[in-house]
Design a protein around this ligand. Structure first.
Ligand SMILES: [Zn+2]
Ligand SMILES: [Zn+2]
Ligand SMILES: [Zn+2]
Length: 230
């Protein structure tokens, strides 16, 4: 897409000039730097990229300019769960979706024609005419997955994950504590919510359980290979 950048920049210049905007050259520097990155950038990251090129602009001006680019169809504004607002290129006629790593925040793009057709077909079967959609798949990127040890404390398991209870640290007393919650070694549980602080919500059989973080540190689990169905 690099060779297209010159054309996009010219197109943007015409539109902002027609709108009578000020600081045209500054805006062109911003779109230039933006088109030069393939990342999904925050305003802060844009300011860093600009500053590397020797442009020092106020964050507010960069934000306004990026929002203008989004209005005019050069950028797309995205907000993934638990992340700040990001901007990415908007290539006319092309569409992609995203994997988002819940551990390191990495964003990976994918495009799958078959899945696009399936979505349109499902929508149509509900009498729904699909105009646009976004598909975001949250999970662990390949690097984060590779770094993970096979056995982890329950406190580190991620929402959506199914794990097996392998060990209970802390001696006999803690084992009986486990069974008082209706859990046993070898049980499979599903992590419903784990924000990294406070209680962890689990699914076990047809029950939801809330487990304190200190006990969740003691429950050692292995990550099952199978993914959660949703
Ligand atoms: Zn899609
Ligand atoms: Zn990651
Ligand atoms: Zn993207």
């Amino acid at each position: 897409m690099k060779n297209n950048n010159h054309f996009e920049k010219g197109n943007f210049k015409t539109l902002v000039e027609t709108d009578g905007e000020d600081r045209i050259q500054d805006r062109l520097n911003i779109i230039d730097v933006f088109l030069g990155t393939e990342e999904h950038v925050t305003i802060e990251e844009m300011c860093i990229l600009l500053s590397k090129k020797g442009y020092e602009y106020e964050g507010e001006f960069v934000r306004k300019c990026m929002n203008r680019m989004a209005d005019l169809g050069f950028a797309q504004k995205k907000q993934f769960k638990d992340q700040p607002i990001r901007y990415e290129h908007r290539h006319l006629g092309r569409h992609h979706d995203h994997f988002i790593c819940t551990k390191c925040g990495k964003i990976v793009e994918f495009a799958d024609r078959e899945m696009e057709l399936v979505q349109a077909r499902i929508a149509a079967s509900h009498g729904f005419h699909m105009l646009q959609h976004r598909m975001e798949i949250y999970g662990l990127c390949s690097e984060c997955l590779a770094q993970r040890k096979p056995l982890i404390p329950l406190a580190l398991a991620k929402p959506g994950e199914r794990v097996l209870i392998k060990e209970m640290a802390g001696g006999k007393g803690s084992l009986s504590r486990l069974s008082s919650m209706g859990l046993r070694l070898g049980d499979q549980i599903e992590i419903i919510n784990n924000t990294g602080k406070g209680r962890i919500i689990l699914g076990h059989d047809n029950m939801r359980l809330a487990i304190g973080r200190s006990i969740a540190q003691k429950i050692v689990v292995s990550v099952a290979d199978k993914e959660a169905p949703d």
